[in-house]
Design a protein around this ligand. Sequence first.
Ligand code: NAD
Length: 299
Amino acid sequence: MKIAIIGLGNMGGGMAANLVKGGHEVHAFDLSDAALLKARANGATPHRDVRTAVEGVAVVVTMLPNGKIVESVYTADVIGQAPTGALFIDCSTIDVATAKAVASAAVTAGYAMVDAPVSGGIAAANGGTLTFMVGGDDAAFAAAEPVLQAMGKAVIHAGASGAGQVAKMCNNMLLASTMIATCETFALAEKLGLDLQTFYDISSKATGQSWSMTSYCPVPGVGPQSPADNGYQGGFATALMLKDLGIAMDAAQGVGASTPMGTRAAALYRLFNDAGHGEMDFSAIIAAIKDGAFGDVGA
Ligand code: NAD
């Protein structure tokens, strides 16, 4: 199948390579020359702009930094330029309102569109093991599923347009809260003199267990290999977690939902990010908690 992919960064670069491996004819565009060179080395055809990349394609995949950019790329250069009837798959993490608005504009112009944000970081993008949560009607999901399978291990239909973004933001708000709770719990156990491996062995089999503990333990040397074992590098950047929490907070405000834990998690990740740790993995927040950077004694 002839597929265009726009946005070849940390995530999109690996996804483009996996579309090529899946047997697709891949046409690629990014503002970065280095990203385009890498895409060419991985078997994609690089283009000098979006408009030429989407000419004659059946599918357009986007993996871009934010909603503003997604909206401008689709409205300025994809809608009206890709062949009528083409399927658009936006894998970026963006706000629900923008996802719905862009999909609605695409459908009005004679295209199909799904939002398909991902779970899994750069390693999963490179390894073709992402999880896609997809929002769109049944026909659009059925068309998107085989394309997404070339880049992932799971493709789940979340519901109507925008539902993929809702699932993504809710999942990441939960993840932020469980990570902070895991960090402060390990910090407390240590202060109270409990061996941390022993605590892990107990709690990972008890009711305190969570993915943040058993798949991504923030303590070096405890649990399976995680960014904590690598100086908190190369995982899911704090700045990206903060971006996702911002989307969740805006959405919660929009529907009047009470999110006391999510709101607190967003505030703590804001402080940690603004202290200069935006590039570090989000589990690195354990150091700030151990240092007492957030105060809270008796709060
Ligand atoms: P990135 O910054 O590495 O890549 C984004 C790419 O988009 C860059 O190469 C940039 O040059 C390109 N770009 C920006 N504006 C463009 C435009 N107008 N036209 C064409 N290309 C343009 O970001 P990333 O880490 O690859 O993340 C991409 C998306 O995936 C984001 O929405 C992010 O929230 C989401 N995401 C990232 C991760 C992760 O671990 N990195 C995990 C899950 C989801």
